[in-house]
Design a protein around this ligand. Structure first.
Ligand SMILES: NC(=O)C1=CN([C@@H]2O[C@H](COP(=O)(O)OP(=O)(O)OC[C@H]3O[C@@H](n4cnc5c(N)ncnc54)[C@H](OP(=O)(O)O)[C@@H]3O)[C@@H](O)[C@H]2O)C=CC1
Ligand SMILES: N[C@@H](CC=O)C(=O)O
Length: 432
C-alpha cells in the first residue's frame, strides 16, 4: 500500500457533507485498504465557520473554498454545497488545479453536465456523481457501465425522497401537506429550498441526468417536462383509491420506438396498488429500467438523507482515488450523440379526469362526444350526484392511451361546454 495519503477537500459540511466526513474518519482503515492508499481530509469549506461540527477538527474548517481547492495538492474535491454557484466555479477550479471531483449536485449537473464533463476530459480528470440521483441507490454506474452493452428504452421511477415522503404521509395518515413537508425537512431530505422538491425541479434534474446516461445523449433540465405535486389533494387520493390506485411523483424517460428521439417528464401520476412502485414508502426511491436484452430491472433503496447519500459519495470517492493511483480516468460522455427531445404533446399515456358537470339528461353524451371528436377513447366513466342540491354531479372519466396534445385539446373543448362547470383535476395514469 502507498503510504502517502490522497488528499481530499470537502466542500460543504451540511446534511451530506457531515456524514461524508464521519465515514471518512470512522472507516479510514477500510477505505485505505480498498483504495490502496490512505485518504486524508485536507480541509472542509463551509459558510458558517463558528458552527459546532461534531468530529471535525476546527483547524480544517475554512470559509475560503477557492483557496482550499487551489492550494495544497488536492487529489479529490468532494462538492456537497449544492446549487449552481459557487459550486460550478469551484469544480472547474478543481479540474484546472489537478483534482478530480465527486459531486452530489444534480441541479448543476442537469444544467452544465456537458461542459463540466468536457473540461474534466480535457484536463484528464474524473467527474463522478452517483449521489446526485436517488441517494444511496447505485443507478448511475449500472446505467453507465453494467448496461453499456444493452439498449435501454425506458427509465421510470420515484427519484425524489421528499415528495414521496409527503405523498405517502398524505395517503396513509391523512397528514396535511405542510406538516409532512416540515417533517421531511427536519429529517434532512429536502433541498435547501424545498420548492425544488415539491415543484418537481429536483426530480426533473435527476430525470435529465438519467435520460442522458441511459440513452447516451444530452438532456438538459429545460428539456424535461415538469409538474410538481403541490396541487395533489385528499380528493385526488380518494379518487385514486376508488380506482385501486395511489399517487406518486414519477420521473419517466423514454426512447421512441424508432430510436430517433427521447422524452423526459416528471409529474404526479396514479399507479395501480399492485404495481411495485405503489409500495415505495417514506423517503425511499425506486427506479425501473427497461432494456432490450436485460428486460426489466428494478433499483430500490433510500433516496435521501445524510448517511445514505454519503454512502454513494464514498463509493465514488473510492473509485476516483483508485483511478488516480492507476493513472486512469472513468467513463465520460464524449461519445454521446444529440437525439432530439420530443415535446410533452407527443407523449402517449392514460388519463383520469374529474369534471364538475350539470346533473341533467344528455350531459354524459355531450362530454363523450367531445372526447370522440379529439380522438381520445374512453375506458370508464363514473358519475356521482352531489348531495349539495346544486344540480351538479361529478363525472370521472378514465381514458385509453392518447397523446397529451389530444388530451389537452379535449380538456379545452370541455371547458367551453355550458354543462361543464369546471375541470376539478387531470392526472395521468401510469404503470399498467
Ligand atoms: N440531503 C439529501 O438527502 C441529499 C442531498 N443531495 C445533494 O447534496 C448537496 C448538499 O446537500 P445537503 O447536504 O442536504 O445541503 P446542506 O444545506 O445541508 O449543506 C450545504 C453545505 O454547504 C455549505 N455551503 C453553502 N454555501 C457555501 C459556500 N458558498 N461556500 C462554502 N460552503 C458553503 C454549508 O455551510 P454551513 O454548514 O456553514 O451552512 C453546508 O455545510 C446538494 O447538491 C443536494 O442536492 C443529494 C442527494 C441527497
Ligand atoms: N431533496 C432530495 C434529496 C436527494 O436527492 C430528495 O428529497 O430526494
Amino acid at each position: 500500500m502507498r503510504t502517502r495519503p490522497l488528499k481530499v477537500a470537502l466542500l460543504g459540511c451540511g446534511v451530506v457533507g457531515s456524514e461524508v466526513a464521519r465515514i471518512m474518519t470512522t472507516h479510514a482503515d477500510d477505505l485505505a485498504a480498498r483504495i490502496g492508499a490512505p485518504v486524508e481530509l485536507a480541509g472542509v469549506a463551509v459558510r458558517r465557520p463558528s458552527k459546532v461540527r461534531e468530529g471535525i477538527d476546527p483547524a480544517l474548517v475554512t470559509t475560503d473554498a477557492t483557496a482550499l481547492v487551489k492550494g495544497g495538492d488536492i487529489d479529490v474535491v468532494v462538492e456537497v454545497i449544492g446549487g449552481i454557484e459557487p459550486a460550478r466555479t469551484l469544480i472547474t477550479t478543481a479540474f484546472e488545479h489537478g483534482a478530480s471531483v465527486v459531486s452530489a449536485n444534480k441541479a448543476l449537473l442537469a444544467q452544465d453536465g456537458a461542459a463540466l464533463h468536457a473540461l474534466a476530459e480535457e484536463q484528464g480528470r474524473d467527474l463522478y456523481y452517483e449521489a446526485a440521483v436517488a441517494g444511496a441507490i447505485p443507478l448511475i454506474r449500472p446505467l453507465r457501465e453494467s448496461l453499456a452493452g444493452d439498449k435501454v428504452n425506458r427509465v421510470l421511477g420515484i427519484v425524489n425522497g421528499t415528495t414521496n415522503f409527503i405523498l405517502d404521509k398524505m395517503d396513509s395518515t391523512g397528514a396535511g401537506y405542510q406538516e409532512a413537508l416540515d417533517e421531511a425537512t427536519a429529517l434532512g431530505y429536502a433541498e435547501a429550498d424545498p420548492t425544488a422538491d415539491v415543484e418537481g425541479f429536483d426530480a426533473a434534474a435527476k430525470a435529465a441526468i438519467l435520460a442522458g446516461i441511459a440513452f447516451h445523449t444530452r438532456v438538459r433540465l429545460d428539456d424535461v417536462y415538469r409538474e410538481g405535486m403541490t396541487e395533489v389533494t385528499a380528493a385526488d387520493f380518494a379518487s385514486a383509491k376508488r380506482m385501486g390506485c395511489t399517487i406518486k411523483l414519477l420521473a419517466i424517460c423514454e426512447r421512441a420506438a424508432d430510436g430517433g428521439s427521447v422524452t423526459a417528464r416528471v409529474h404526479p401520476a396514479m399507479i395501480p396498488l399492485s404495481h411495485p412502485l405503489a409500495s415505495v414508502r417514506g423517503a425511499y426511491n425506486a427506479v425501473f429500467v427497461e432494456s432490450d436484452a436485460a428486460g426489466q430491472l428494478m433499483f430500490y433503496g433510500p433516496g435521501a438523507g445524510g448517511a445514505p447519500t454519503a454512502s454513494a459519495v464514498l463509493g465514488d470517492l473510492v473509485a476516483v482515488c483508485r483511478n488516480k493511483l492507476s493513472g486512469a480516468t472513468g467513463p465520460g460522455d464524449s461519445a454521446y450523440t444529440q437525439l432530439p427531445v420530443s415535446s410533452m404533446g407527443e407523449v402517449v399515456t392514460r388519463y383520469h379526469i374529474s369534471l364538475d358537470v350539470a346533473d341533467k339528461p344528455g350531459v354524459l353524451a355531450q362530454v363523450a362526444t367531445v372526447f370522440a371528436e379529439h380522438g381520445v377513447s374512453i375506458d370508464t366513466v363514473r358519475q356521482q350526484g352531489r348531495q349539495d342540491g346544486g344540480g351538479e354531479a361529478s363525472l370521472v372519466v378514465v381514458t385509453h392511451r392518447a397523446s397529451d396534445a389530444s388530451l389537452n385539446g379535449t380538456v379545452e373543448a370541455l371547458r367551453n361546454l355550458d354543462t361543464v362547470r369546471g375541470v376539478a383535476s387531470i392526472m395521468r395514469v401510469e404503470g399498467e
